[in-house]
Design a protein around this ligand. Sequence first.
Ligand code: GDP
Length: 330
Amino acid sequence: MTTFLAGGTGTPKLLWGSNEVFDPAETTVIANTGDDVFVGGSCVCPDLDTVLYSQADELDRERWWGVADDSTETHDELLARSAAAGFEAGPRYLPPEKQTDGRDLARWRRFSSIGEFMLLGDRDRAVHTLRTSLLDEGCSLTEVTERLSRAFSLDIDLLPMSDDPVASMIHTPSGAMHFQEFWVARGGEPEVTDVEFRGGENAETTDEVDEALSEPVVIGPSNPVTSIGPMLAVPSFAEALADTPVVAVSPFVGERVFSGPAAKLMRAVGEEASTVGVAASYGFADAFVFDEEDDTRLDRPVVRTDTEMSTREDAARVARAACEALDRVT
Ligand code: GDP
């Protein structure tokens, strides 16, 4: 059995080709939920969904989020009607007292659908509606994810990192905002002074996550701060990683990042924006996969390959390197 830890791009890319190396029936993927938001009352779980859609071969692989060839009629209509009613497009949090009202899972990330700030496709939205309806019926996020995995005929087991709320909050000189406001609405532009995983220290792992973390773990090349950081903020999650073999694939080649805000966020939390910083963030990791052009030296085992993943074959190559690294430490 092998367990992968996933954000919404780096690890899902690796999983694209991993089934040639790791038997899907023996693979569990734990996805980050710190990026999740409630928009118009609907629960959007971007990282869980990217794994769902990519494993079902329905992902938009240009953007690495959303359903391929999705329409956006509901989103467009929401924006048009909001504008006609005199509201500008952009993130609108529900009032502070509402952020901790009602359903716990939605804490600190409740947005209205007025001027809907995230582009949600119509077929994508149907998944969020199903998920929210099942939560309303009393299912946990783990149970909902199991149902959705069945709906998408997944071969792997997919789990949320926790059934408790953890919200990735980006602190800027003008105040804190949810990661999705920082990244989607503001294009990652604001200066970042700190990153907080609100709720993390009180969150718990589920029995399913505890079991998965008793197996060898592969951390794909996801963002160490906002994709893996929320998991490490849950005390029992971090403790479990310390006790099991862990291999991590670097999302950097030396100081170059493939995509996204990882470099800026690493600096904001006091880490080097490089492979050296990744290794420092993962003190519990037993071995690494680095790019063959990355000359970083470490005192832990390193397997080197071309880590750029543009095709399924690329992903299979990186998965083979991760398997080789695991073999060295198990
Ligand atoms: P997010 O939830 O969309 O931020 O996605 P992740 O955290 O899962 O992944 C973001 C990270 O993926 C970035 O730091 C990128 O450097 C890394 N990444 C994207 N494409 C590749 C690739 O082809 N190879 C490697 N090694 N890393 C990649």
